[in-house]
Design a protein around this ligand. Structure first.
Ligand SMILES: Cc1cc2nc3c(=O)[nH]c(=O)nc-3n(C[C@H](O)[C@H](O)[C@H](O)COP(=O)(O)O)c2cc1C
Length: 342
């Protein structure tokens, strides 16, 4: 029997045919279906690593803002479900492992009971790294000018600045530009056919959003955020393969793109510090770039011009991305075996 099935049996035995709110049997079983697998995965990964980071990420996924998100289940019942699960997982474990699981459970209970003691021991950056979510929808309206200035200062921090040879630029898009580009800013789910992809690129207004969605279009609604930063790099105007020769640009394209990523994280940190959220956007249709014209006072090598490469969409987040923490980062540190060949 799977652990989800086992938990559902236990829940059903304790809360049989309960139809009155709260703690309806139906809601409790739905809670098990939705959550147990994730909890178990996080507990097990933490046991393997001797850490609590997966549990903390699971908490941030299910309890955005570190608050309980369900009113359908009583606090004591939710704690009982968690305790029962940990009791099952603790079977046949060593005392050390049991102790580790109990400590992971305590993190959940602290959040449920709104005691955030474990959070106090984390630095600001640690909290940010563990809890930050990408958002696909933002509140409409504007961001106040003081915050925008601070965000732009962070984006202008350019660390590392590649000895002043960093070949990317950051620009705020105005509403007219966003409106012109929006129809082309979307990407495809794996089930979108080539015909759909061609049709969409040629005329994104041909069908309604709902119809396009059914055909496999993934709408990048984050592009409607109040503040969108375009990260641009030089590209050849004729669209031929992009070789950056040393006589054209001092720093390679690869190094420049690493710089872009570092700049984005710095900017994201500034955004989060002010209580705002963000989302990166890279999967857009090339036709989006045909809706705009970019000029600069800077001298560029012949046949090269600036084109946006990736966007950072910023605002007060309303809806976290569906896949946020669904695929929790497994360990990527010290997983490769690196040996000398001589
Ligand atoms: C560089 C970069 C580009 C991305 N581009 C897109 C995009 O074009 N469309 C989209 O829906 N999500 C995009 N994402 C979001 C990811 O696909 C994914 O949904 C998100 O990173 C999951 O949230 P998390 O990073 O908070 O776990 C991008 C993320 C990154 C880091």
């Amino acid at each position: 029997m799977t652990i989800v099935a086992e938990m559902k049996e236990i829940v059903q035995a304790k809360f049989p045919n309960q139809t009155l709110y709260p703690d309806k049997t139906k809601d409790l079983l739905a809670y098990c279906d939705k959550n147990i697998e994730l909890f178990v995965e996080a507990y097990n990964l933490d046991l393997d690593e001797g850490s609590h980071r997966h549990t903390k990420m699971a908490i941030s996924h299910h309890y955005y803002g570190n608050r309980r998100q369900t009113k359908n289940i009583k606090l004591e019942t939710e704690i009982w479900i968690h305790q029962t699960l940990v009791d099952i997982l603790s079977k046949n474990k060593t005392n050390l492992e049991k102790y580790h699981l109990e400590n992971s459970l305590k993190l959940w209970i602290d959040v449920f009971e709104e005691k955030t003691t474990h959070e106090d021991s984390q630095s600001y950056l640690e909290k940010l790294t563990i809890n930050r979510a990408s958002f696909s929808e933002f509140e409409s309206g504007t961001i106040d000018q003081v915050k925008i200035e601070k965000i732009l200062e962070a984006a202008n921090g350019i660390t590392p600045s590649l000895a002043n040879a960093f070949h990317y630029r950051v620009d705020v898009l105005d509403q007219e530009t966003k409106d012109a580009m929006y129809p082309y800013m979307h990407s495809f789910y794996p089930d979108a056919s080539n015909k759909t992809k061609k049709q969409f690129a040629a005329d994104p207004t041909k069908y309604s959003q709902k119809e396009w969605r059914e055909k496999g279009i993934c709408f990048n609604t984050q592009f409607e955020a109040p503040l969108v930063l375009a990260y641009s790099i030089p590209c050849r105007v004729d669209g031929t393969p992009e070789h950056w020769r040393p006589n054209e640009f001092e720093t390679s394209r690869d190094a420049t793109l690493v710089g872009v990523g570092l700049n984005m994280w710095n900017t994201i940190c500034a955004v989060e510090e002010m209580g705002l959220n963000s989302c990166c956007l890279r999967a857009f249709n090339e036709n989006a770039l045909k809706q705009i014209k970019i000029s600069t006072d800077e001298e560029m090598p012949h046949d090269w011009a600036w084109f946006p490469y990736v966007f950072l969409c910023i605002g007060k987040g309303v809806r976290p991305k569906g896949d946020h923490r669904k695929y929790k980062p497994r360990g990527i540190v010290n997983t490769l075996k690196i040996e000398t060949t001589v």
